[in-house]
Design a protein around this ligand. Structure first.
Ligand code: ATP
Length: 238
């Protein structure tokens, strides 16, 4: 479970995230949507323990990210929108490095790497250096690295960008399986039609403030998520 209480983050005088509170329960997939610069990445980085914040409290399965960051980080995987991979390593070396960080046994890492890399069609490329990968291949490798310790909380920034249709389909199934096994998934996206299909919940942020947080069904009603989002965005021009 992810619990955010009154999160506020400022950059100088600019309030990037303004008193944001939400709780995403186990087994839920929550889309985090908002215009460019709304505060999505800042929120994700605060949850991941990468940036400090000015006010509020964030806990992952009741573990506070500020007072117990190592324990909290062991529960989660965070995939930024433009992950920095060590390009001089081969794919398999990078995955083993991540597996070492999370203290995975040889059997566990082998099983999970095989499962996810095969499903995302990157398995045979793992023997090649990352520097030779295409953009989409790097994204797939980063996704596998986020999945290998089967995190209880998966934080993703625009995870579908760069994926081909087959891998994208596989990744949607993987997310659903993780959620079914009790994991919490919170991801930012601009791809609203995918979010509408796979997410149980949706949070909408506008100029740093959370303006909507509810089940997908309730938020979109008889409409589409895109229509609702555009309506909410246009309200500022009224
Ligand atoms: P996008 O959809 O474009 O990725 P976002 O919703 O992820 O946008 P953030 O990256 O969280 O938005 O940015 C929120 C606000 O904070 C923006 O006004 C941005 O200019 C500002 N901001 C983000 N990072 C910094 C930083 N390191 N220094 C100063 N301002 C920042």
């Amino acid at each position: 479970m992810l619990k955010i209480e009154h999160l506020t983050k400022k950059y100088g005088d600019k309030i990037a995230v303004d008193d944001l509170s939400l709780t995403v329960e186990d087994g839920k997939i929550c889309a985090f949507i908002g215009h460019n610069g709304a505060g999505k990445t800042t929120t994700l980085k605060a949850i991941a323990g990468i940036i400090n914040f000015d006010n509020g409290k964030i806990s992952i399965n009741d573990i506070d990210i500020q007072s117990d960051p190592l324990k909290a980080k062991l529960q989660m995987a965070y995939l930024p929108d433009n992950p920095d991979l060590y390009e001089h390593l081969k794919g398999i070396e990078y995955l083993n490095f991540i597996a070492d960080v999370f203290n995975l046994s040889v059997e566990e890492r082998k099983k999970n790497i095989e499962e996810y890399a095969k499903r995302l069609e990157i398995y045979k490329d793992l023997i090649d250096p990352i520097s030779s990968y295409s953009h989409g291949m790097k994204q797939k490798l980063a996704l596998v690295s986020a999945l290998i310790h089967k995190p209880k909380l998966l934080l993703l920034d625009e995870p579908f960008v760069g994926l081909d249709p087959i891998s994208s389909h596989q990744f949607k199934m993987i997310l659903q399986e993780l959620a079914d096994s009790g994991a919490t998934i919170f991801y930012s996206t601009h791809v609203l039609d995918v979010a509408e299909k796979i997410c149980s919940d949706v949070a909408i942020i506008k100029q740093g403030k959370l303006i909507v947080y509810d089940t997908m069904e309730k938020v979109k009603g008889m409409s589409s998520l895109e229509d609702i989002f555009l309506e909410l965005e246009n309200e500022k021009h009224d």
